[in-house]
Design a protein around this ligand. Structure first.
Ligand SMILES: O=C(O)[C@H]1O[C@H](OP(=O)(O)OP(=O)(O)OC[C@H]2O[C@@H](n3ccc(=O)[nH]c3=O)[C@H](O)[C@@H]2O)[C@H](O)[C@@H](O)[C@H]1O
Length: 431
């Protein structure tokens, strides 16, 4: 007795018995029926696979289309409108990191005086993205459009340069923070190195090439002990990976200046603070903790020496950024080819009057009318430097840079903003 399987799928023709015709007919019929069933099943499976694949393709392209935060006629219109210049001799500026602290302030300042501004920001969650969204909303009320995207997105950058012939790029997108570099080193390489190169590639290819102003950092002075820090001082002893990536940025931009004729200005910012600031910075997190009655950790340097920073108020930094854009000579290249030498500049943007961290805390206590619970600890080996102090004579001479806000005044403005933004009324949260 053949097994059912053998009956339906005889393994050899010899297994067919020709002499029993009725049986053979039945066998043939069953065989035919099974073959056609198989055929139908095969057809069905092929159709199913094909429709699945095309559905997947549809879903893929659909979701790409639906989730892509850039592209399309409406988007291009927004970009063009935002880039429109409304003053004689004005510029059209692509501001990267426009939803960031410095980026949002610079974008507003440029827009207010009639320049065209298009922002770019990836809205990452290094700190509370809702603050970035709030800055975006603020900029939107001033007709500054921020494109949501990453500086590593070469296609997006090419598209932006395709839509607008930017005269300048203000490159402020970066992974900031000195101590966080020990937690997430790769984010610094991703933004401050890979992102910078992607942006420079786009700028070099653009026709016309824009002039570039970008944010370096006071941290490049690292373990330098000569004070005040001058642009010509040694910067080959970074104390943190953050500083190392900023220093690398200075070398990388030099290369693009040298090979492609890109006009470059690097700005070494000194601990910038103020309204709409970064929650990860000491003045900001101290304020939050003091108001919430939580202790703050105040680092102290070697031999119990207080740490000090050349804290620089945001409005002064904005003037330095705008002055840099205004004094930037044009890039000389086109179509990726250098046509002549272009300037390569580096400036310190500091306040020239360092203040110790305990003094910063005392000023905050006065403005907040709350005593801080200070937890003083020795500075851990986490990338910090003991002090910073800028020599700003180059910026003063060439950019007309002249900081006018001392820490006392600047923190007063910051505290006023903080209390209003986070809904405090007479020192109490409003709820
Ligand atoms: O000029 C720059 O290029 C950099 O400035 C800023 O770095 P820093 O000068 O380190 O500012 P910030 O963190 O506010 O710490 C200030 C002081 O408070 C001390 N500090 C800090 C935290 C803490 O809990 N306790 C403490 O004592 C701390 O030891 C330090 O002495 C930017 O964050 C950075 O992105 C970069 O732009």
């Amino acid at each position: 007795m053949p097994s059912l399987e053998e009956e339906l799928f005889p393994s050899t023709p010899g297994k067919f018995k020709i002499e029993r015709s009725h049986h053979m007919n039945r066998q043939l019929y069953r065989c035919f029926a099974s073959t056609s069933t198989m055929f139908l099943w095969a057809l069905f499976l092929i159709a199913l696979t094909a429709s699945y694949l095309s559905f997947q393709g549809f879903v893929d392209s659909g979701s790409r289309y639906l989730t892509a935060s850039w592209g399309g006629i409406q988007w291009e219109k927004q970009v063009r409108t935002s880039a429109q210049i409304h003053r004689q001799g004005g510029m059209s500026v692509l501001v990267t990191g426009a939803a960031g602290f410095v980026g949002s302030h610079v974008s507003l300042a440029l827009k207010r005086r009639g320049d065209g501004v298009v922002g770019l920001d990836n809205f990452n969650d290094y700190y509370d993205p809702s603050l970035k969204k709030a800055r975006k909303s603020l900029l939107a009320t001033h007709d500054v459009f921020i494109v949501e995207g990453d500086v590593n997105d070469a296609k997006l950058l090419a598209k932006l340069f395709d839509v607008v012939a930017f005269t300048h790029v203000m490159h402020l997108a970066a992974q900031a923070g000195v101590r966080y570099a020990m937690e997430n080193p790769h984010s610094y390489v991703h933004s401050n190195i890979a992102g910078l190169v992607t942006l420079l590639e786009a700028c070099k290819t653009a026709n016309p090439q824009p002039a570039i102003v970008w944010a370096s950092s006071s941290s490049v002075y690292g373990l330098n002990e000569k004070v005040p820090f001058s642009e010509s001082d040694q910067t080959d002893q970074p104390a943190s990976l953050y500083a190392a990536t900023k220093k690398a940025g200075e070398e990388i931009t030099h290369t693009y200046n040298h090979i492609y004729g890109l006009s470059i200005t690097g700005l070494r910012f000194f601990t910038v603070y103020g309204p709409w600031g970064r929650p990860d910075m000491a003045y900001f997190s101290f304020t939050r903790n003091i108001l919430q009655g939580k202790p703050i950790t105040v680092y102290r340097g070697k031999n119990h020496v207080d740490l000090a920073r050349d804290f620089t108020y945001i409005d002064d930094i904005v003037k330095g950024c705008v002055g840099s854009l205004d004094t930037s000579a044009k890039s000389t290249g086109s179509g990726g080819k250098k046509r002549g030498p272009a300037p390569y500049r580096i400036f310190n943007l500091g306040n020239t009057s360092p203040v110790t961290v305990p003094t910063l805390v005392s000023i905050l206590e006065r403005h907040l009318k709350v005593k801080a619970k200070r937890n003083i600890v020795d500075m851990p080996g986490n990338g910090d430097v003991p002090f910073t102090h800028a020599n700003i004579s180059s910026a003063r001479r060439e950019l007309g840079y002249k900081p006018t806000t001392d820490l006392q005044t600047g923190l007063k403005k910051f505290v006023k903003w903080y209390l209003s933004y986070y809904g405090y009324n007479h020192g109490k949260p409003v709820n």
